[in-house]
Ligand binder design. Structure first.
Ligand code: DQA
Length: 144
């Protein structure tokens, strides 16, 4: 196993910073990557941060995380969280632990966000802390 943490981000998260800042905050994905690099350095972890608007890319990257011996995956699947049985199955198909991450708390929002197919397969979840959700999830990954 390596010390690499895959941080996988799904649809629309490339627009973080300008996308509904009242819900998701003003930090961009690059800002979050910087925060994770800093904390990762302290924890002795390498960060491999990626984003795609395409479900299949996320499935491929979950498989890759296992093939490359990643220590863990932090996954903010965006709206695919609430729809994707393919992501659910991909998480269950690998032994690499996956931690679900959300900036907002989907359970306090619209009812269609209350179901999480990702959460049903992930080992843990950090949500509702804005960009800090990623940092807390990284700390949890370090302790796995
Ligand atoms: C999100 C919550 C999802 O419901 C939403 O579709 C997103 C972002 C979050 O980080 O709060 O795209 O995953």
């Amino acid at each position: 196993m390596t010390n690499t943490i895959y941080v996988l981000n799904g649809p629309n998260l490339n627009l973080l910073g300008m996308r509904e800042p009242e819900i998701y905050g003003t930090d961009t994905l690059d800002d979050i990557a910087g925060m994770l690099e800093d904390r990762g350095r302290e924890l002795g972890l390498d960060i491999d941060m990626r984003q795609s608007n395409h479900e299949g890319h996320l499935v491929d990257w979950l498989h890759e995380a296992q093939a490359e011996g990643a220590k863990a995956v932090l996954l903010n699947a965006g709206a695919y969280t609430h729809t994707s049985i393919a992501l659910h199955d991909a998480i269950k198909s690998i032994r690499t632990p996956v931690i679900e991450v959300h900036l907002s708390d989907p359970e306090t929002r619209e009812p269609f966000r209350h179901i999480s197919y990702v959460g049903m397969a992930a080992v843990d979840c950090v949500k509702g802390l804005g960009a800090q959700s990623y940092v807390v999830a990284l700390e949890k990954a370090a302790a796995l």
